[in-house]
Design a protein around this ligand. Structure first.
Ligand code: NAP
Ligand code: ZN
Ligand code: ZN
Length: 406
């Protein structure tokens, strides 16, 4: 007698129907478990500013459309409740997370080097197109459905083992905000004595301070908000510079080997260049026009690389290394757990500069259930205009400026 074929999995998600980001609970199905898939009962999912950029369609100026209904979320944490017949990496009961990627080609040079984020066929956890069937959504052909959901099904390669002692509500943010800061720290050799500046104290920035500190770096927190000095101190920053204070900025000239810039809006990035010491790098991480420009600027310059560079998340191996480091060194993101009923409010807060500097984390197990269908009645978030500057014109202008002068 043959075993019954696995069935699609009924689930709930938080989805918005358009760029107003008015999230409501919705029923949907995850695909049936394939032989190399794992099923995760979701407990928590962090809310990254990238979720807002996608749900609010900030990226359309560079041809990246958002498919609605849209369910973002790429900081997933939960418990493995089922494994496909050929799964070897996980077992039922493991704490498992998923970060920004759920598939890639598995065979190109980037994939073989563990840099799946650079694979031309990489598939993002939400709003991405499945190329191989390994990231299939239902109905087939639909863009990927992210982590604001009660269930997740993912190919085992893209699952991250969360050390059992690490608090699950803290784990998700490590898988995007943590790895996004860890990868450039590692790439540029940050170690004991490296002078690191972190610009923008939100979800990414605070993790950047903590990770750089754990690697032995001297960390300068740079913020528009003087009120965040206490947060910077608590997170382990050695010093704090209010970016609006011209005297403090001038006093910090040539003091940094590496700047990790997390500002989500297009801004005067050149104002931070004087802080770099000779040979230093300014890494643009925020999803704004300058990040696009930093990608193209090296192609415009032949004999040397610009000091303004970009970086995008990290591969599976480095993500695992990052959460293992966090568990070993007891590095925890600053989180505030909220029920799904508050998701719209969280979007208003992120859009308004994340004054608390925390990573908001959805309590999925505790609040995303059938009762939520009747209780998510919050008004849509209050969102300002798109400030990312993401248009081809701004990217080209910034790329020329980086290539010529920086
Ligand atoms: P967040 O929690 O909202 O924090 C962003 C921080 O940037 C704010 O707290 C604020 O810090 C500062 N800021 C906000 N608006 C600003 C403005 N107009 N001018 C100057 N500073 C401003 O955001 P996040 O989740 O950390 O994400 C930050 C950015 O990184 C987003 O664009 C996100 O999409 C991107 N991201 C990129 C990657 C990657 O792979 N490269 C991965 C994840 C996220 P202060 O109050 O301290 O100034
Ligand atoms: Zn993110
Ligand atoms: Zn590949």
């Amino acid at each position: 007698m043959s075993a019954t074929a696995p069935a699609p999995i009924d689930a709930l998600c938080m989805a918005c129907e358009d760029e107003t980001c008015d999230f409501k609970p919705m029923r949907f199905q995850r695909r049936a478990l394939g032989p190399l898939d794992i099923e995760i009962a979701m407990k928590f999912c962090g809310v990254c500013h990238s979720d807002l950029h996608t749900a609010a369609s900030h990226i359309k100026g560079v041809g990246r459309t958002t498919e609605y209904p849209c369910t973002p979320g790429h900081e997933l944490a939960g418990v493995c409740v089922a494994v496909g017949q050929h799964v070897s990496k996980f077992k039922v009961g493991d704490h498992v997370g998923v970060g920004c990627l759920i598939d890639s080609c598995h065979t190109c040079a980037a994939c073989l080097a563990g840099e799946e984020q650079k694979c031309p066929k990489s598939v993002g956890t939400y709003n991405s197109v499945d190329h191989s069937g390994r990231a299939a959504q239902l109905p087939l052909g639909r863009r990927t459905i992210g982590g604001y959901a009660s269930k997740m099904v993912v190919h085992e390669r893209f699952g991250i083992l969360i050390p059992s002692e690490y608090p699950l509500e803290k784990a998700g943010p490590v898988l995007c905000s943590g790895i996004t800061m860890f990868d450039p720290l590692k790439k540029y050799g940050a170690t004991k004595g490296t002078r690191v500046g972190v610009v923008g104290l939100g979800g990414l920035g605070v993790m950047g301070i903590k990770l750089a500190k754990a690697l032995g770096c001297t960390v300068t927190a740079i913020s528009r908000s003087p009120a965040k000095q206490a947060l910077a101190d608590h997170s382990g920053a050695t010093s704090f510079v209010a970016s609006a204070d011209a005297k403090l900025m001038a006093a910090s000239a040539s003091s940094l080997d590496l700047i990790l810039n997390t500002i989500p809006a297009h801004h005067d990035w050149a104002a931070y260049q004087p802080l770099l010491a000779r040979g230093g790098k300014h890494v643009i991480l925020g999803a704004n026009a300058t990040m696009g420009a930093a990608m193209y600027a090296p192609k415009l310059r032949v004999f040397s690389t610009p000091s303004v560079v970009h970086s995008m998340i990290g591969g599976v191996a480095n993500t695992q290394e990052c959460i293992d480091l966090c568990a070993r060194e007891k590095i925890y993101p600053e989180t505030q757990v909220v029920p799904v009923q508050q998701l719209n409010e969280v979007y208003s807060k992120l859009d308004a500069s994340n004054d608390a500097g925390v990573r908001y984390v959805l309590d999925l197990e505790g609040s995303l259930n059938v009762e939520a269908i009747g209780t998510c009645n919050a008004p849509p978030p209050t969102l300002g205009p798109n400030t990312t500057g993401l248009s081809y014109g701004t990217i080209i202008a910034d790329a020329l400026r980086i290539a010529a002068f920086h």
